[in-house]
Design a protein around this ligand. Structure first.
Ligand SMILES: C[S@@+](CC[C@H](N)C(=O)[O-])C[C@H]1O[C@@H](n2cnc3c(N)ncnc32)[C@H](O)[C@@H]1O
Length: 238
């Protein structure tokens, strides 16, 4: 084990050479591979040096560069916000401040405060979650609903698939209720798992629906993002 690190690093580098992690006693091979990947991931290093809480920050940054998601004064809902990278990117872009917060994030995990962002510690599946999110922004319609949520996996493929789709569909229905006309919905989905029903729902309610996989999304991950823009307006209530 490398001296002082406690991480079992086999070879460290001065010039960005690959860091190899030895499988320490008691650590599973999977965790060793995860640690090795983290240590060699340029986005992890970039996030640390630029003060972002997650490498995921660069995914939304890339999506913003491509689709111009954020503009000053926009209201945003961040679903599955922890540890906070997406909100950190969005807050300065929309000009959200503690005095006039324009962003609300929700996660069932604890999060450290983010300037200009209201954070709710809550499960989005809870019946009262939509109302809590809406009232946090004073009942106003919002311009962007962005979801980086992923349902925890059980290892049972069919169950996992249903849970992932159910969560994205819940987010999409929520977006349709709260978005202002012209609004945008972004959601993490998994390649091969996007149901026709979800795509049909988005196509009915948005002018355009596209898949986008940012470079910061690992190539070996099935995750990709759905970006639905030009919300046509909430359905009329009877
Ligand atoms: C990939 S992380 C999000 C990273 C975040 N976008 C960032 O930039 O830091 C996914 C998050 O979704 C949250 N999540 C998953 N299911 C959720 C649910 N039902 N309600 C609230 N949060 C949920 C997880 O707790 C996790 O923190």
């Amino acid at each position: 084990m490398a001296k002082g690190t406690g991480q079992g690093i086999g070879r460290t580098s001065a010039k960005g050479l690959k860091v190899r992690v030895k499988t320490a006693k008691g650590r599973k091979v999977g965790s060793t591979l995860w640690l090795q990947r983290q240590l060699n991931d340029p986005y992890v290093a970039k996030a640390r040096s630029e003060g972002y809480r997650s490498r995921a920050a660069f995914k939304i940054q890339e999506l913003d560069e491509r689709f111009t998601l954020f503009k000053k004064g926009m209201r945003i809902v961040d679903l599955g916000a922890a540890p906070g990278g997406w909100s950190q990117i969005a807050a300065p872009k929309v000009g959200s401040t503690d005095q006039n917060p324009l962003i609300v994030g929700i996660d069932y995990l604890d999060m450290d405060p983010i300037s200009g962002v209201i954070l709710l510690k809550k499960d989005f599946n809870d019946d009262d979650a939509p109302e809590a999110l809406i009232s946090a922004l004073g009942g106003h319609k919002v311009d962007v609903v962005m979801s980086d949520m992923a349902a925890p996996t059980t290892g049972h493929r069919a169950t996992d698939h249903i849970r992932i789709i159910a969560l994205v569909e819940l987010a999409a229905h929520f977006a349709i209720q709260v978005l202002a006309p012209g609004g945008t919905f972004i959601a993490k989905v998994f390649q091969g798992g996007t149901e026709h029903e979800l795509l049909n729902l988005l196509k009915q309610n948005f002018a355009t629906t596209q898949h986008a996989k940012p470079k910061a999304s690992r190539a070996d991950s099935a995750e990709t993002y759905l970006v639905a823009r030009g919300f046509k307006g909430a359905p009329q209530q009877d």
